[in-house]
Design a protein around this ligand. Structure first.
Ligand SMILES: Nc1ncnc2c1ncn2[C@@H]1O[C@H](COP(=O)(O)OP(=O)(O)OP(=O)(O)O)[C@@H](O)[C@H]1O
Length: 493
């Protein structure tokens, strides 16, 4: 191995030779020829050195899809930033635990991997794009930024780079992400879609929802079967391939407001460590937007459409069928249609991502089109119901950290008699830090509900009596009118 001394003496002799060659050239050749010799030599050395290099660009997006490789490189390089890096980018989100340190645009990081030097540089370019504005029916240019990493290395390491180094980065970043995984919730950037842009159409923030299966008050048997279903789903990649089905699962959560539908979604996300994409169907102007949003989501994610009964006019099916029969392209309708939605759930496009969960919620299952409820479309229908004695125990333990209470039998008795949502029960339990006071508040609340319910019942009964009197009256009138020959029998009309 060369010592520092021998290296220094070699460098000194090269420098001395260069000075001699330079003075000889200066002596024997005129200036013009000298310049020519130097520029040819320079271009020769540049060619030799650059022809031995290979570069690979890793772009932030591929089409409108976020490039997983880009994200992996970004994560990987964060752990490789050396003391010599001159400029870093540091970010901290309000709800994130630590600082996020990444490379700044223009910076270079050199990574020595198994004895081979890989050099990374982050580049950002502005590009123009011609977009068609559907509302104004004209085109305009829009500027957007495109970022990419440039990886350069000696070309003899091409195989190593492609088949060892880059897969290593993917795996490394997957491990880091899994360890520090912060679940994110994304909402669509509908203004960008309106402008015809297809990149960055989802905005994400960290989701720190505390709901878990342990804190969720629901029927223990149902809870167990939902958890088992999720576990089975995530370990069945090969099974889905073998049977030729897209690796996705659909859940319909239904039940009155405040029974924990949103809490269950958060619990599922926390359990699987999947990100959530929240789709606001009323903001989506067409089936083609819906498809673009779907394509822009990542693997291992949950797509949520809340209050599906309110967000799509399911009665439009007939109108939609008529439109189709007039030959209009279903992707160019002015709004999301039922068939667009069904295509989204289980048409060809639904298979464009892996390990995906789709969740619909509704307060009124009976209002949904049968096409949505058909077996195989939503794989599991989960009924979130009023607070039962067993789910009450979960709430009591959540809010007061106790497993039992002297007033528990009283609360359980009342819960069998009145319909109270877990949200209502939770609200009462939160009224005091003292569990005795909180339980008394809850009992008072449930008794109040019971009185209200019995008054409602009485009102309903009297309405029925009044209603039947009206009917009788009508029948009497009809009889009288019939006798006068004024009523034509229905069948004849
Ligand atoms: N089953 C439950 N287990 C634990 N907490 C619950 C449950 N249901 C409701 N809660 C409490 O009530 C709050 C509201 O519940 P949540 O938003 O999950 O109900 P929802 O069924 O989605 O209501 P909506 O139909 O109005 O959207 C939650 O933040 C939670 O504190």
């Amino acid at each position: 191995m060369a010592t520092t001394k021998t290296m220094l003496s070699a460098a000194a002799s090269i420098a001395a030779s260069a000075v001699i060659i330079r003075s000889m050239v200066q002596e024997f050749f005129p200036r013009k020829i000298r310049d020519q010799i130097f520029s040819s030599a320079l271009s020769f050395f540049t060619r030799v050195s650059s022809s031995s290099k290979l570069t690979i660009n890793v772009h932030e997006f591929r089409g409108n899809l976020p490039n997983e490789m880009y994200q992996a490189v970004q994560t990987y390089l964060s752990s490789k930033i050396s003391p010599y890096t001159r400029c870093l980018q540091v970010a901290k989100q309000e709800d994130s635990k630590g600082l996020e340190v990444t490379m700044e645009v223009g910076e270079t990081v050199v990574d020595l991997f198994e004895g081979t030097e890989f050099r990374w540089k982050l580049i950002c370019k502005e590009k123009q794009k011609l977009v068609f504005n559907q509302r104004r029916k004209d085109s305009m240019t829009s500027m957007f930024e495109t970022k990419f990493f440039v990886l350069s290395f000696h070309k003899k390491h091409k195989e190593k780079a492609l088949y060892v180094y880059l897969p290593h980065i993917l795996q490394h970043s997957k491990n880091i992400k899994q360890e520090e995984k912060r679940i994110r919730i994304y909402s669509g950037d509908y203004a960008k879609l309106q402008q015809g842009l297809i990149q960055g159409i989802w905005n994400g923030v960290n989701l720190d929802h505390p709901s878990t299966f342990d804190t969720l008050a629901m029927d223990p048997e149902l809870k167990r079967s939902v958890k088992e279903d999720l576990e089975r789903f995530v370990r069945r990649k090969a099974y889905y391939r073998r049977v030729g089905k897209a690796w996705k699962r659909g859940y319909l959560l239904y039940g009155p407001p405040g029974t924990g539908k949103s809490s269950l979604i958060a619990a599922i996300a926390n359990f699987l460590k999947f990100d959530i994409y929240d789709l606001e169907l009323t903001e989506i102007k067409s089936n083609s937007w819906l498809r673009q949003l779907l394509v822009g989501t990542a693997n291992r994610s949950i797509i949520v459409i809340e209050d599906i009964d309110c967000t799509i006019d399911l009665l439009e099916k007939k109108e939609e069928d008529e439109t189709k029969s007039r030959g209009r392209n279903k992707y160019h309708n002015e709004k999301v249609t039922l068939s667009g939605l069904l295509n989204f759930i289980d048409g060809l496009w639904s298979g464009c991502r892996d390990e995906r969960i789709i969740i619909f919620t509704t307060n009124y299952k009976e209002m949904l089109d049968f096409a949505l409820l058909r077996p195989g479309r939503m794989d599991m229908h989960i009924h979130m119901s009023y607070c039962s004695p067993s789910s009450f125990m979960t709430l009591l333990s959540n809010y007061h950290n106790v497993d039992n209470h002297t007033l528990k039998p009283e609360v359980e008795r009342l819960l069998r008699e009145v319909a109270a949502t877990p949200a209502e029960v939770a609200e009462e339990l939160m009224k005091s830090d003292d569990s005795d006071d909180a339980m008394r508040c809850l009992i008072k609340f449930l008794e109040g509900k019971k009185v209200e319910a019995s008054e409602e019942n009485k009102k309903d009964e009297s309405m029925v009596v009044e209603g039947s009197q009206i009917e009788e009256l009508k029948e009497g009138e009809v009889e009288a009118e019939k006798q006068e020959g004024m009523v034509v029998e229905g069948s004849e009309i």
